[in-house]
Design a protein around this ligand. Structure first.
Ligand code: PMP
Length: 368
């Protein structure tokens, strides 16, 4: 096997090595099937058991209540920006409210706005997206009686994450884009009307988007939507109305199996993720004049750690020297600049410790 770098990519991102090795073993010929997962019908027995296990594992890991459907869609989270609006906005006769804590929430609001009325109830855009609202701010700003409230649980670009699921007003469905912290910690699914996540950070490869939807909301969907844009099609056909992304769902199933069997579930995963993030934030906090974290401490992401150095020259040197030591994809998004270390589930403690040690050393060499 060629040597693997320590890959801090924001997505698609590093996957658990045992999952990749299993996929490699199966790639040319599946035991008892004699063909590759890339070559066989999604209607066959092998894939049927794969998609069933993927759903079952998600239900177990997330403790999904019985009145929720688990759907496997395509089109990424970006399609969900539009699809959630097409399903739940037109029939409501009221706007949807968006809590915009970063670039993805902004996009989600823009897409939904093409479908129906949208109101941004809270944002800290003018402060550069550094925090999530307090419970008190949400209580004050959310109207109640709207079609739904949309939030982004973790803003991948800014590194801003809700510490807990926010409260929507009584009776208003909460719609969450959980793309970049899905399966990183336990979530109260029952607090949601709809939750969606592109798989390519914590759950698997690009190409599949997991959607959890509460049954009672399906009756609000207007008639006449194109089949692939109507959640009911996925419910009625168990996500196999057309050809699903077979390979992506297969790898997602392996990732959920790894989370269940190797990690021991989402509580255990969350503890590991808290430890990993703490290692990096400790380095930032030890020297805030040198490493300047982007997010306010109470809204810091456990998945994407974003920070600046005193000059862009130092940032370039940081990236170059990190790359020399096999640590790649650390460049921040151009809208934030600086450094972003994405440390999703599959990023090991050892790799994060390697980065933390590098950061301490880099700071020491830079002098004061
Ligand atoms: N939402 C969030 C929070 C994301 O991080 C991303 C991708 N980085 C998206 C939405 C868009 O996802 P996709 O590329 O799967 O459409």
């Amino acid at each position: 096997m060629a040597e693997r770098v320590i890959n801090f990519s924001p997505g698609p991102s590093t996957l658990p090595l045992p999952v990749l090795q299993q996929a490699q073993r199966d790639l040319v010929s599946l035991p008892n099937v004699g063909a590759s997962p890339l070559e066989i019908s999604h209607r066959g027995a092998w894939f049927t058991s794969v998609i069933e296990e993927a759903e079952e594992n998600l239900r177990t890991l997330l403790v999904v209540p019985a009145d929720y459907r688990v759907l496997f869609c395509q089109g990424g989270a970006t399609m969900q920006f539009a699809m959630s609006a097409m399903n739940f906005l037109p029939g409501a006769g009221r706007p949807a409210e968006f809590v915009v804590t970063g670039a993805w929430g902004e996009r989600a609001a823009r897409e939904a706005g093409k479908v129906g009325p949208v109101r941004v109830a809270w944002t800290d855009r003018d402060d550069g997206f550094r925090r999530t609202p307090t419970d008190e701010e949400l209580r004050r700003e959310l109207s109640g009686g709207v079609a739904y409230v949309h939030v982004t649980s973790n803003e991948t670009i800014q590194g801003v994450e809700f510490p807990d699921t926010p409260d929507a007003p009584e009776g208003v469905p909460l719609v969450t884009d959980a793309s970049s912290d899905f399966l990183s910690r336990p979530v109260d699914i029952g607090a949601h009307g709809l939750l969606y996540a592109g798989a390519q950070k914590n759950a698997g490869p690009a190409g599949v988007t997991v959607v959890l939807v509460r049954d009672d909301l399906l009756s609000r969907i207007p008639e006449g939507l194109p089949a692939m844009l109507d959640y009911r099609t996925y419910v009625e056909h168990r996500s196999m109305y057309n050809t699903p992304p077979v390979f992506a769902i297969y790898v997602l199933m392996l990732v959920t199996r790894w989370l269940r069997d190797e990690i021991g579930g989402l509580e255990a995963m969350a503890a590991i993720n808290r430890d990993k993030a703490a290692m990096l934030y400790e380095v930032l906090d030890a020297d805030p004049g040198f490493y300047r974290g982007h997010a306010d401490p109470g809204s810091r992401s456990l998945m994407n750690v974003t920070f600046r150095l005193p000059t862009t020259e130092l940032e370039s040197a940081f990236l170059a020297r990190a790359a020399e030591q096999g640590m790649v994809e650390l460049k921040g998004h151009r809208s934030v600049g600086g450094i972003r270390a994405s440390i999703y589930n599959a990023m090991t403690r050892e790799s994060v410790e390697t980065l933390a040690a590098f950061m301490r050393g880099f700071r020491a060499r830079a002098g004061s």
